[in-house]
Write a protein that binds this ligand. Structure first.
Ligand code: XMP
Length: 499
């Protein structure tokens, strides 16, 4: 009897390879990092923030989309809370806000102030019960009423009344700019022939548009946002509620994606007339067969990574995983032929690894630890010996999976949805902290800058050229030592390197 072959090829990861330099005749302006996120969506910056509760909530998702990437909102929260986060992103930096937050004339200034804080906006159209525009109220109008009177003062007592400067529902960007400029207004409400409010344009959004030229937008000029979903229990309800809130991409967020229930769910999402317009990412897988399952189910991209993450213990707890460069390469063998983009998820520590992932077959990368500790992540600063840190934990850690005062929604990511007692949880991740890193913009600048340099060295103008032309050399542990700074005591910290 012939024994089955037990060993796959040697698995390689980021530290096992370097990219070969190639002939280059590029000017910096020739380089274009635009890449495919899914079958239908492109990103100017191929970076995705991880769906983790210490990485991506609305603030991070907004910051990522402004930098030309995208954030995936984590799912360790109720369906309503996650959908609300989607709404917060979709309301930020919008070409035209088609469903602006409004207030009625009888609301008190106290209620208005609460609404302003919740949505982080400073001005509201005031509408009657028929949605007819009757005024505008902004921070400025509040300034002349003492706070002590806010509970008893009504909106219509201090709002700016009609006649207001308004625009028609189908106003062009140019005409709107001209109107705002000539009347020195910050907001332009849009109304139909009957005076009903149909939209709102704000100067701030226009300015932000200029400030973030690479930002990722949907067809209506709103920032792109992704949200994580599972496959257990109320997963379908979560997916459809997120779609109703305007999510652009649903991301199957599970440690092992090659699972019948999840594959069925992806197939259903991509065939149901109510959901199939939304992009769906399947994952995580680490083999060609796993990627093929999602390609066959109609996924719009496949996410790769079983155990490479900085906070993951899956490989040591279960003994399962595939070194990430090999995993990405294997998955790309199934995806490339079908025109389905690949996401390399987890395990990246330096900007140079973005290019390595792309040459191995990825189109974009998902980052956890590299973005953890930035200003926009959830959580407070932690001071240790005078240095600032922020918490960063695995979604399979005890902290994320146990109740600890609040319900955990992340257990089914690790196949433990039905474990009711915290004592019975088998964690697959750790909890820790990372140094505070400043704003996402400064971190993203170094990451994209590093990728630009990779493309220059390899001689690739575009991401497809990098995928096509890039070649690896396999290296030894002696070479790895040579790659990092050596025989020197580093005295000044670089913004893109930590030992
Ligand atoms: P990095 O290396 O960027 O990895 O910090 C982030 C990715 O790790 C995955 N993830 C986990 N994997 N146990 C795991 O095995 C965990 O507790 C865990 N939490 C997150 C996830 O794919 C993320 O994008």
């Amino acid at each position: 009897m012939e024994l089955p072959e037990k060993f796959a090829d040697l698995g390689l990861t980021y530290d096992d390879v370097l990219l070969l330099p190639g002939y280059s005749d590029l000017a910096p302006s020739d380089i274009d990092t635009t890449s495919r996120l899914t079958r239908e969506l492109f990103l100017k910056t191929p970076l995705i923030s991880a769906a983790m509760d210490t990485v991506t909530e609305s603030r991070m998702a907004i910051a990522m989309a402004r930098q030309g990437g995208i954030g995936v909102l984590h799912r360790n929260l109720s369906i309503e809370d996650q959908a609300y986060q989607v709404d917060l992103v979709k309301r930020t930096q919008t070409g035209i806000i088609s469903n602006p937050v409004t207030i009625g004339p009888d609301a008190t200034l106290e209620q208005l102030d609460r609404l302003a804080g919740e949505y982080r906006i400073s001005g509201f159209p005031v509408v009657d019960s028929d949605n007819r525009l009757i005024g505008m109220i902004t921070n400025r109008d509040l300034r002349f009423t003492p706070v002590a009177e806010w509970a008893t003062t009504k909106v219509d007592e201090v709002m700016t009344q009609q006649p207001l400067i308004t625009g028609p529902s189908d106003i062009s960007r140019e005409d709107a700019t001209a109107l705002l400029r000539s009347h020195k207004r910050e907001r332009l409400p849009l109304v139909d022939a009957d005076g009903r409010l149909t939209g709102l344009i704000t100067v701030k959004d226009f300015v932000k548009g200029e400030q973030f030229p690479d930002a990722s937008y949907d067809a209506q000029g709103r920032l792109l946002v992704g949200a994580a979903i599972g496959y257990f229990g109320d997963a379908w309800e979560r997916a459809t509620t997120l779609i109703d809130a305007g999510v652009d991409v649903l991301v199957a967020d599970t440690a092992h994606g090659n699972v019948r229930m999840l594959i069925d769910m992806v197939r259903r999402l991509k065939t149901d007339p109510a959901t199939k317009h939304v992009q769906v990412i399947g994952g995580n897988v680490a083999t060609k067969a796993g990627a093929q399952s999602f390609v066959d189910a109609g996924a719009d991209a496949v996410k790769v990574g079983v155990g490479p993450g900085s906070i993951c213990t899956t490989r040591v707890v279960t003994g399962v995983g595939v070194p990430q460069i090999s995993a990405v390469y294997e998955a790309s063998l199934a995806c490339r032929a079908a025109g389905v983009p690949v996401i390399a998820d987890g395990g990246l520590r330096y900007s140079g690894e973005i290019g390595k992932a792309i040459v191995a077959g990825a189109d974009t990368v998902m980052l956890g630890s590299m973005l953890a500790g930035t200003e926009e992540t959830p959580g407070d600063l932690i001071l240790v010996n005078g240095k600032q840190y922020k918490a960063y934990r695995g979604m399979g850690s005890m902290g994320a999976m146990s109740s600890r005062g609040k319900k955990s929604y992340s257990k089914d990511r690790y196949f433990q949805a039905e474990v009711t007692s915290d004592d019975m949880i088998v964690p697959e991740g750790v909890e820790g902290q990372v140094p505070y890193k400043g704003t996402l913009a400064t971190v993203a600048h170094q990451l994209v800058g590093g990728l630009h340099q990779t493309m220059f060295y390899v001689g690739a103008r575009t991401i497809p050229e990098l995928q096509e032309n890039g070649r690896f050399v396999r290296i030894t542990s002696a070479s790895l030592k040579e790659s990092h700074p050596h025989d020197v005591q580093v005295t000044v910290e670089a913004p893109n390197y930590r030992a």
